[in-house]
Design a protein around this ligand. Structure first.
Ligand code: KG4
Ligand code: ZN
Length: 341
C-alpha cells in the first residue's frame, strides 16, 4: 500500500510517500520545509506567520515528495493527514489540502493524531513488539502510554504543566540561546560536557520524583533558571554550564519515571518519540539504562530526523491504523489528546 502523508501541525510543512507491506515500511520520499529560521528572529512561533508559511510551502512540498518517490498521483493508494493537536491555522492548511486532493484524485483519506504518529517513527526502521510503553516528548506534549496493539492505547501519565520540549524552549530563551531551544541547549551542554564530563549536575530541581504517579512537572524549572540567572551577565561558558544543568534535570526526570513505569508494566518494547527524542543525552541515558538492565524491554528510538516533525511517521501510522474517513467528516482538531479525546 502506497500512502502520501501530509503534516502541517506547527512550523514544519512536510509530505512523504511510504510503501507499507508485510515486511514493514519503505520510505520513498520524505520532504520537510521548516519556517524555523523565521521564528528564530522573533524568539518563538507567531502562529499567524507559521500558517501563512504553510500556505506557501504545501503544494511545492507535496509535488517534491511525489517527484522524489518517482510516482504519479494515480499510483497512490491513500492520503494520510495530521488532524491535531497543533496550531489551528497551520493544521487547516494540511487538512484542507488533503481533503481537496482526496476528492480530486478519488483517494481514501486517513486522519492521523500527531502524537500517536510520533510513536510510529519507531516502525519506520524496525517492528517493535507489543505490549509497548511509549514516551512522547514534543514541543507541546509529554505523554506516557501503554500500547497493547495498534489502535489500543492507554494513557498512564504525562506532564501536569509544561511539556519537556517547552521546558527546553523556555529556559533557552532565558539564557538568550535562540529558538528552537532544544537543539540550542543540547549544543551548549555538549560544549560544557566536553571539558567537564565528570561534573555532578544537580543545580536544578527534579520535581515529582517522590510521587508514585507517572506524571511530570516542568514549569518550576523555568522559575529556578530565572532565579539563578537574573541580574547576572552570563559568559558563553556560563550559558553552556546552565544548558548542561537544564538538560540533565529534564533528562533525569524523564528517564527515572519511565524506568519506573517499565518495571511496573513490564512491556516488551519501550518507544521513545517526539522532537525531544532527538536529544543526544536523553538517548544515551536511556540506552545505558537498558544496557545495565538487560532484562528490561527492547529500547526503540528512531534516528533524530525521524523524531522531529515529518510526514513519514504520519503515513506509517496510517498504514498500521488504516481507518479512512469520508473527506466531509475530516476536520482539524487543535486540542486532540493522545488517546483521541
Ligand atoms: O515533535 P516536535 O518536532 O514538534 C512538536 O510536535 O512540538 O518537537 C519539537 C520540540 C521543541 O520543543 C524542540 O526544542 C525539541 O523538540 N527538540 C529538542 C531537540 N530537538 C528538538 N529538544 C532537546 N534536544 C534536541 N536535540
Ligand atoms: Zn511533533
Amino acid at each position: 500500500m502506497i500512502i502520501l502523508g501530509i503534516e502541517t501541525s506547527c512550523d514544519e510543512t512536510a509530505a512523504a510517500v511510504i510503501e507499507g507491506g508485510k515486511n514493514g515500511i519503505s520510505i520513498l520520499s520524505n520532504i520537510v520545509a521548516s519556517s524555523q529560521d523565521m521564528h528564530a528572529k522573533t524568539g518563538g512561533i507567531i502562529p499567524e506567520q507559521a500558517a501563512r508559511q504553510q500556505v506557501l510551502s504545501i503544494i511545492p512540498v507535496i509535488e517534491q515528495a511525489l517527484k522524489e518517490a518517482k510516482l504519479d498521483k494515480n499510483q497512490l493508494d491513500a492520503i494520510a493527514v495530521t488532524v491535531g493537536p497543533g496550531l489551528i491555522g497551520s493544521l487547516l492548511v494540511g487538512v484542507e489540502t488533503a481533503k481537496t486532493l482526496s476528492l480530486l484524485w478519488n483517494k481514501p483519506l486517513v486522519p492521523v493524531n500527531h502524537l500517536v504518529g510520533h510513536l510510529y517513527a519507531n516502525w519506520l526502521e524496525k517492528t517493535p513488539e507489543f505490549p509497548a510503553l511509549g514516551l512522547v516528548v514534543s514541543g507541546g506534549h509529554t505523554d506516557l502510554v501503554l500500547m497493547k496493539g495498534h489502535g489500543n492505547l492507554e494513557w498512564i501519565g504525562g506532564t501536569r504543566d509544561d511539556a519537556a520540549g517547552e521546558a527546553f524552549d523556555k529556559t533557552a530563551r532565558l539564557l538568550n540561546l535562540g529558538y528552537p531551544g532544544g537543539p540550542a541547549i543540547s549544543g551548549g551542554a555538549e560544549k560544557f560536557l566536553e571539558k567537564n564530563s565528570h561534573r555532578q549536575l544537580n543545580l536544578f530541581p527534579r520535581p515529582m520524583l517522590d510521587d508514585s504517579s507517572f506524571d511530570w512537572s516542568f514549569s518550576g524549572l523555568k522559575t529556578a533558571v530565572l532565579r539563578e540567572v537574573q541580574n547576572k551577565t552570563l559568559s558563553e561558558a556560563d550559558k553552556n554550564k546552565y544548558a548542561a544543568e537544564i538538560q540533565e534535570a529534564i533528562v533525569d526526570c524523564l528517564v527515572t519515571k519511565s524506568v519506573r513505569a517499565i518495571d511496573r508494566y513490564k512491556p516488551k518494547s519501550f518507544l521513545l518519540a517526539g522532537g525531544v527524542a532527538a536529544n543526544k543525552r536523553l538517548r544515551e541515558k536511556f540506552s545505558s539504562e537498558f544496557e545495565t538492565k538487560k532484562s528490561m524491554a527492547a529500547f526503540h528510538v528512531a534516528k533524530p530526523s525521524y523524531c522531529t516533525d515529518n510526514a513519514a511517521y504520519i503515513a506509517s501510522c496510517a498504514f498500521f491504523n488504516y481507518l479512512p474517513k469520508k473527506w466531509q467528516e475530516v476536520t482539524a482538531l487543535p486540542e486532540l489528546t493522545i488517546t483521541g479525546s
